[in-house]
Design a protein around this ligand. Structure first.
Ligand code: 5GP
Length: 120
């Protein structure tokens, strides 16, 4: 079970322009911005514009257009960052066991160095 969407979460505030961000890409469906505490030389977060707590919420409730728009935005950002040839990693922490900290769906894009094997 997923908690109700909290419109005071930090990414909701970023979407409303109440908190600044270093935007990489924005379109009708998604916003991409640099993570404030990067874990790799390239570390960008991509979030859907809709109010979805997590991957479970989004995959169950979002429209086909929202899902397509978001997935395409993630791919577009990675391409425009030049990460396709060297490679990159996507991560979406979901819920308690995964230590999801911000309750608005976000996909992490990591790259810019050989990342090593997944830890989990
Ligand atoms: P999670 O653990 O929820 O998957 O990751 C949350 C991510 O959001 C972390 O990597 C953290 O550094 C990032 N983050 C938290 N607050 C802010 C913020 O205010 N601005 C930006 N750009 N990133 C944030």
């Amino acid at each position: 079970a997923t908690q109700p969407y909290d419109d005071q979460n930090i990414f909701a505030k970023i979407l409303r322009g109440e908190i600044p961000n270093r935007t990489v890409y924005e379109d009708e469906w998604a916003l991409a911005f640099h993570d404030i505490n990067p874990q790799a030389p390239e570390h960008v977060l991509v979030i859907p514009k809709g109010a979805y707590v997590c991957w479970d919420d989004f995959s169950a409730k979002a429209s086909e257009a929202e899902i397509a728009g978001f997935v395409r935005a993630v791919g577009h950002v990675a391409r425009t960052m030049g990460l396709v040839e060297p490679g990159y990693r996507l991560l979406a922490n979901t819920g308690f066991d995964a230590h999801q900290e911000v309750p608005h769906l976000h996909v992490h894009i990591f790259g810019g160095k050989p990342l090593g094997p997944m830890l989990v």
